[in-house]
Design a protein around this ligand. Structure first.
Ligand code: MN
Length: 445
């Protein structure tokens, strides 16, 4: 199964739309995507001046992804949680394949100008790859790492890259740079979402000594398929639409940004790390794959992160039922659904959530009679079950996510809201209810 098979599956399930009108890669493609955000996935059949189509929107809607994995949308999170369990209990190592589809042809000289890379938001500093899966090897242990980083095209064979603090790729790079060496990588575009889920597994679930590609193996139902590179000593994804063989240069920094980020704000233009592309291989009739900044990122990351946090926080506090990275909170606000067995335990859950996922700024805990996916219902619990004098937890000066503009120097305060009722439940917290009705039995006029 490769990306093109996934597009066929979404199309057969009625979850794909072709944009047949020609679009410009600068602003127009992303503008159309923004207008269609949240619905079916898109394929832009014609991008002005380029030979290859572009797809985006796979993660807009959980039904799109459900079609690919033959799994009902509400069960996707549990499926991804099982893949993370398999990573620790029965990891399946990748295999190396010969004659990889991703190496159908090599460009004679690497030229990113031939690839339709969109310029997304209006103030973006250039064309951006938003969802390439990067593979590298630990310079000391050889363990493979798989991760996603934004990449700005700055020349025919040159990219700017962001490696935020705490990411394993940055750890590898800093150890290479200390020895004066580049870090070799492959940049894989257009892969089955199993590889994307593996690459976005948080480091609390896949520590630096673990090869997260086993997550992809579990979801694919067969070992992840890799291929040898021509110019670097690290593998590419054999079924990718395109592979850039590349190195992150030591001691070189060049301007990168701005970029409209997952935070909903522009990341600033600053001197950051530089990637030199040594070779470009393409699949036969490749489809270039983009992630539209916004809901796609929240769903794409959210499904995996929620699954992992439900497990890890659930091990530390009893009574946890579900977790949701609310879309309004742009992955900085998590709503926990739990019925605490003892008074005070909702606050333990708040602290556990901040430990397990350091990006979080806010955690809200509600009981199981509240719909965590409905902001109005969460607000109801907040307004009627939280006594601000004792149910708000503020922890100043905690490590936080640098892309959030309120965070200064990686540090910010965090806030938790305990909106659960006391144990045992006083009857005044019983929500009013009415007789259950089947409206099909009623004639309306
Ligand atoms: Mn890793």
């Amino acid at each position: 199964m490769d990306l093109k098979d996934c597009l066929v599956k979404m199309e057969q399930a009625g979850r794909l739309t072709h944009v047949k009108t020609q679009v410009d890669a600068v602003h127009e493609l992303a503008g159309v995507a923004a207008a269609m955000e949240g619905g079916k996935a898109l394929v832009f059949d014609r991008v002005r001046g380029y030979d290859y189509p572009v797809t985006t929107g796979m993660w807009w809607n959980r039904e799109n992804v459900a079609a690919i994995f033959d799994t009902p949308a509400p069960e996707l999170s549990a499926l991804f949680a099982k893949a993370i369990t398999a990573l620790h209990q029965a990891p399946v190592a990748p295999v190396l394949v010969e004659d990889a589809p991703a190496q159908y042809e090599f460009m004679e000289r690497p030229d990113l100008g031939r690839i339709p890379v969109p310029t997304h938001a209006l103030e973006d500093g250039g064309p951006y790859f938003s969802n390439c899966v990067i593979i590298a090897r630990d310079p000391d242990t050889g363990v493979r790492n798989t991760s996603v980083h934004r990449l700005m095209v700055s020349g025919p064979d040159r990219l700017g890259i962001l490696m935020d603090v705490g990411r394993h790729l940055r750890d590898y790079y800093e150890r290479c740079e200390a020895r004066g060496l580049p870090l070799e990588i492959t940049i894989n575009n257009g892969v089955h979402p199993a590889y994307f889920v593996a690459a976005t597994t948080p480091s609390s679930a896949a520590p630096i000594d673990v090869d997260e590609l086993a997550v992809a193996s579990y979801l694919l139902g067969e070992p992840a398929r890799l291929c040898r590179s021509r110019t670097v000593a690290v593998e590419g994804i054999a079924d990718a639409q395109m592979i850039l063989e590349a190195e992150i240069l030591p001691f070189v920094r060049e301007p990168e940004g701005p970029f409209g980020e997952v935070s909903g704000y522009y990341a600033t233009r600053e001197d950051r790390w530089v990637v030199r592309v040594k070779a470009i291989s393409l699949n036969r009739e490749p489809v270039i794959h983009m992630l539209h900044p916004g809901i796609e990122v929240l769903n794409g990351q959210g499904l995996g992160i929620e699954a992992n946090l439900l497990q890890s926080i659930g091990k530390k506090v009893k009574g946890l039922k579900n977790v949701y990275l609310s879309h309004g909170g742009n992955h900085y606000h998590m709503v926990l659904q739990m019925d605490p067995p003892y008074n005070g335990m909702a606050k333990n859950a708040i602290m556990a959530a901040f430990v397990e996922f350091s990006d979080l700024q806010m955690v809200t805990v509600v009981n199981s009679d509240v719909d965590i996916y409905d902001p109005s219902d969460v607000e109801f619990a907040m307004a009627t079950r939280m006594d601000p004098a004792q149910d708000v937890v503020i922890i100043p000066g905690v490590f936080a996510h640098e892309l959030n503009p309120v965070v200064k120097g990686n540090v910010s305060a965090k806030i938790g809201f305990d909106c659960t009722y006391p144990v045992p439940k006083p009857s005044c917290y019983n929500r009013i209810a009415f007789q259950k009705i089947n409206m099909a039995d009623y004639e309306l006029g």
